[in-house]
Ligand binder design. Structure first.
Ligand code: PBG
Length: 303
C-alpha cells in the first residue's frame, strides 16, 4: 500500500468560522473556507495526492441552487485550494442532497403520501453542478446521486465547454446502505421524509451493480466506484475483475465509526484493524480507497 492509494474526504462549510468536529465520526471535522486550504496543504504534506470535497451551504432551497452557484462553497473552496496547492488532485462530490431543503439527492415531486425523484430534471441540475466545479478548477467530478444517464450527460457538457481534461469518478455501484448515517451528520443531509431506496441500489442485488457499472463506463466514466466497502467486497472484486477499469471503493462513515467506537472501548486496535481492512480492499481489487483514515494511513503505510 502507498499513500497515493488513499483519498481524503473533506467537508467545507459556509456556516462556520472555525473547525467543527463531527460527534458521530471521531477525528472528522467540518472546516471553514478559511481553514480548508491549510487542511488540503496538510494532506499533501502527509503524502496524499487527492482530496474529495463536500460542501455544506449557508442556505438550502428546493432547486439546490447552492450546488451550482458560481460562488458556492465548493466552487470557492476548489479555487482557493488549487491556487495554493496546484499539484493536489481535487475531486468534488456532485450531488444535490446537501443543498436541497428536503435532503434528497434530486428534485422531488410529492403525490399524496408518495414522493418521486424526477430523474431527468435532476440530471439537468447535476450537469450544471459538474460544470461549475469544472470552471472552478476541479480535476475530477464525482457524481454520487445515482440518477440514470448522468455520467453521459456530464461528460457531454464538460466536453462541449472545454473541460475535456476534467475526469469523472462515478459512484457507479452505490447501495442504499445503513452505513451512511454518520456522514449525513457531517454533511447535514439526512432526508426529511422517505428514504433513498428508489435511486440507490438494493443490496441483495449484485447483478444490478454490474449493469450500473457497465452503463457508467459506456457513458464515459474514467474511474468507477463501489460503495460502501466491506459489505460489498464481493461486488468490488467482480467489478475489478470483469471490467479492468481503475476501480475505487468508498469506505464509508458508518464503517469508520464502528471501528472507532470499538477502539474507544478497547475492543479492537484501531491501527491494526484499519490496516487489515485497507489491505483487504486492495486484495479485492481497489486501486483507490476513499477513507476517513487517509491522513493516518499515509503515516502508517510509510511505517
Ligand atoms: C451524497 C453522499 C452520501 C455519501 C457520499 N455522498 C450520503 C448518502 O448517499 O446518503 C456517504 C458517505 C459516507 O457515508 O461516508 N449522496
Amino acid at each position: 500500500m502507498h499513500p497515493h492509494n488513499f483519498v481524503l474526504p473533506l467537508f467545507v462549510s459556509e456556516k462556520i468560522d472555525e473547525q467543527k468536529p463531527i460527534a458521530s465520526m471521531p477525528g472528522v471535522s467540518q472546516f471553514s473556507l478559511g481553514e480548508i486550504v491549510d487542511e488540503a496543504q496538510r494532506a499533501q504534506r502527509l503524502g496524499l495526492q487527492a482530496v474529495l470535497l463536500f460542501g455544506i451551504p449557508e442556505k438550502k432551497d428546493e432547486q439546490a441552487s447552492g450546488a451550482y452557484a458560481e460562488d458556492g462553497i465548493v466552487q470557492r473552496a476548489v479555487r482557493a485550494i488549487k491556487s495554493k496547492s496546484p499539484e493536489l488532485i481535487v475531486l468534488t462530490d456532485v450531488c444535490l442532497c446537501e443543498y436541497m431543503t428536503h435532503g434528497h439527492c434530486g428534485v422531488t415531486r410529492i403525490d399524496g403520501d408518495h414522493f418521486h425523484v424526477l430523474n431527468d430534471e435532476t440530471v439537468d441540475l447535476l450537469v450544471k453542478t459538474a460544470l461549475s466545479h469544472g470552471r472552478a478548477g476541479a480535476d475530477m467530478v464525482a457524481p454520487s446521486d445515482m440518477m440514470d444517464g448522468r455520467i453521459g450527460a456530464v461528460r457531454e457538457a464538460l466536453d462541449a465547454n472545454g473541460f475535456d481534461q476534467t475526469g469523472i469518478i462515478s459512484y457507479a455501484a452505490k447501495f442504499a446502505s445503513s452505513f451512511y448515517g454518520p456522514f449525513r451528520d457531517a454533511a447535514e443531509s439526512p432526508p426529511q421524509f422517505g428514504d433513498r431506496h428508489s435511486y440507490q441500489m438494493d443490496f441483495a442485488n449484485a447483478e444490478e451493480a454490474l449493469r450500473e457499472v457497465a452503463l457508467d463506463i459506456d457513458e464515459g466514466a474514467d474511474i468507477i466506484m463501489v460503495k460502501p466497502a466491506l459489505p460489498y467486497i464481493d461486488v468490488l472484486w467482480r467489478v475489478h475483475d470483469r471490467f479492468g477499469k481503475p476501480t475505487a471503493v468508498y469506505h464509508v462513515s458508518g464503517e469508520y465509526a464502528m471501528i472507532k467506537a470499538a477502539a474507544e472501548k478497547g475492543l479492537v486496535d484501531e491501527r491494526a484493524a484499519a490496516l487489515e481492512i485497507m489491505t483487504s480492499l486492495k486484495r479485492a481489487g481497489a486501486d483507490i480507497i476513499v477513507t476517513y483514515w487517509a491522513r493516518e494511513l499515509a503515516e502508517w503505510t510509510r511505517q
